[in-house]
Every structure is written in C-alpha cells, then in structure tokens.
Design a protein around this ligand. Structure first.
Ligand SMILES: NC(=O)c1ccc[n+]([C@@H]2O[C@H](COP(=O)([O-])OP(=O)(O)OC[C@H]3O[C@@H](n4cnc5c(N)ncnc54)[C@H](O)[C@@H]3O)[C@@H](O)[C@H]2O)c1
Length: 315
C-alpha cells in the first residue's frame, strides 16, 4: 500500500492519479486547508474518489494519534509526503503555519515510518533551499546553509531531520527539490495561474525584479515521472533536484502565455520580493541516473495548462 500526503494538492493529486492508473492502491491524507480555493482541492478529490483503490482521510498531519491509527490500519510500504505549507511569499506573513505543517507534521511522518517499517519515505523539499547561491546550475552537493525565507528554512530542516532518521534508525529517505512545477490543476498562487487569469480578464500582472528572473519551469507530468522513479528506488539517504533540463527567462514565459491566450499582458514591473531569488536553474544529472528525462517544453506545457484553465473555469 502506498500513502500520499497532500493528495488534494496540485502535485499530490497528479502523483495519486498516476499511481492509481497503474494499479497501485493509494491511501491519501489531506486536511484540505484554505491556503487557496478549497473548491479546487475538492474537485481534484472528486476525481481521485472515482478509483476504487483510493481511500481518503481528511485530517491535519499534526494530529499524531490519527496518523498512527492510519499506519496501524494498513501495511504501508511506500510514503510520498507532499503535504506542506507551500509559498515563499506567504511565509513572510504566516510563520506559525510553517512551523506546524512543515516541521511538526514532518516529524510525525518520520516517527510513523520509523515505527511501522516503511520501505521508502520520499518527501518534498524545494529549490528554495539554494537561497542566494549564485553558482548555476544548482547541484545537490552545493551549500544550502543560507536560506532566505522561512519556507526554505523549513524545507532545509526537513532534509536535516530526514538525515538523522536515516542514520539513526535506518529509515530510507529521499528528498525532492522541486523547481517551479506547473501544469493543469496547478496552484492558484503560482505565476502561470495568476498570469493566465489576469491576461484573460484584462487585469494587470505584477512582474517582479522588472522581469529579470530565470526559472526552471518543470511540467507536472515530468515531475510525477521523476517522483515515481524515486519511489521505486529506495536509498538510505538521498536528495534529488527535480527540474527541467533548461531554464527560461520570465519574460519569455510571459510571452508564451500571451501567444497561447491570444492576448497581450498588461504588466506592472516591480522590485524583487523579499525572500525571492532571481534565478533557479537545476542540475538534474543525479535524477537522470534513475532514467529521469523531462520532455515537456513550455510551449506544450503552457498550452495544456491554458486549455485546462479555460475548461475548468469556463472562460
Ligand atoms: N508546486 C511547486 O512548484 C513546488 C516547488 C517546490 C516545492 N514544492 C513542495 O511540494 C509539495 C506539494 O506542493 P503543491 O504545489 O502540490 O502544493 P499544494 O498546496 O497544492 O498541496 C499541498 C497539500 O497539502 C495539504 N496540507 C498542508 N498542510 C497540511 C497538514 N498539516 N496536514 C494535512 N494536509 C496538509 C494542503 O491542504 C494541500 O492540499 C509541498 O511540500 C511544496 O512545498 C512545490
């Protein structure tokens, strides 16, 4: 049995669908919080609930007793822990949520996988752990000791705690540093969603650092493929970048959305946001050793997102 936490979230929904499609029974846990529109999460859950092999539990992972109950009720061999409070900008205003959902819940997960003998614990870290590193591309061995947001600090703390559980208790832990994941059913707080919506509605978009940003936009299907490979290959302790093979200039990304939507964006150029970094570029050679090879370019990925967006929101 596989457990996916954060299954009502963007990445968790896609990972669960992928595994269910391939005949793997899934236990999903999510508290369906209102960080963004819970209706979108409910719509994702509605799709997952169509699979007879999907069992859903709605609770907060900070509830250790409930989590232990789930682990006692099933023989859980693989865990994909994606539930967390995401968002760099939100962490500036809501620090305590990160302490609960990213640190406390993470420890609860590790305690369970330690005591219930899980074969592989795979969890979401983030490219934000690279902080202000200027050496590009970012490689897993690079220093990650200088995070510049609380969000990044909690993700780095997860990697360190996983290391302890791997060394002391032999829990096989693999951390995934995701690089700006995008695609259908994507998060409403992320650039592609915000830009598409604003361009369609004729609203202004905020473009930070005057557009001088570089991002490794990574299409969701490629990410899910990478996650599946790591889940299938337990390692005593590993960290992987999960990114795209090429990075895009933010302005090129915006122009691509304009082309697909068929309308020009009205742009409001802004200073860099605190906690944000000008460039994230991934060295993905380590995950490539497991056969990972992202194949979706932004023109294809953006089109698929915009098609989904128009249909879902009837725009
Ligand atoms: N999407 C990206 O580009 C990206 C980049 C780097 C890292 N990540 C990480 O990947 C993971 C998945 O991200 P996502 O984009 O799918 O985010 P998401 O917000 O769509 O999904 C996270 C889900 O976790 C649930 N959740 C949060 N706290 C919980 C708690 N305490 N108990 C139970 N459920 C809880 C939320 O309700 C949500 O449905 C997160 O850990 C995130 O930090 C994502």
């Amino acid at each position: 049995m596989n457990l996916v936490t954060g299954c009502a979230g963007f990445i968790g929904f896609h990972v669960s669908s992928y595994l269910l499609e391939r005949g793997t029974p899934i236990i999903g846990i999510d508290c369906v919080n209102d960080y963004y529109d819970p209706e979108l999460k409910e719509a994702r859950l509605k799709i997952l609930n169509r699979y007879k092999d999907f069992t859903f539990y709605r609770f907060d992972l900070c509830d250790y007793a409930k989590l232990k109950e789930v682990f006692s009720s099933y023989s859980i061999s693989h865990v994909c822990h994606l539930a967390a409070q995401a968002g760099v900008r939100y962490s500036l205003e809501h620090p305590f949520v990160y302490q609960k959902s990213n640190n406390e819940a993470f420890l609860n997960m590790l305690e369970c996988v330690r005591h219930f003998g899980t074969k592989n614990f795979v969890y979401a870290s983030s490219s934000s752990v690279y902080g202000c590193n200027t050496k590009l591309p970012f490689a897993e061995e690079d220093r990650t000791d200088e995070p510049i947001s609380l969000y990044a600090a909690t993700k780095k703390a997860n990697e360190l705690t996983a290391h302890v559980y791997s060394r002391l208790f032999g829990v096989p832990c693999s951390g995934l540093r995701f690089f700006t994941v995008y695609g259908p059913w994507g998060r409403p707080d992320m650039a592609l969603f915000l830009f598409t919506k604003a361009i369609l509605c004729g609203d202004t978009i905020d473009v930070y650092n005057h557009g001088k940003m570089k991002r490794n936009f990574t299409y969701i299907d490629d990410v899910v493929e990478g996650i599946a490979r790591v889940l299938a290959e337990p390692r005593p302790y590993a960290i992987y970048n999960v990114g795209n093979s090429r990075a895009e200039e933010l302005m090129d990304f915006i122009h691509e959305i304009e082309d697909v939507v068929g309308k020009k964006a009205v742009m409001n150029f802004m200073e860099m946001q605190p906690g944000d970094v000008p460039a994230t570029v991934a060295d993905i050679s380590k995950l490539a050793e497991l056969g990972y090879e992202p194949t979706t370019n932004i023109d294809v990925g953006i089109r698929r997102f915009v098609d989904w967006f128009r249909e879902y929101y009837k725009m």
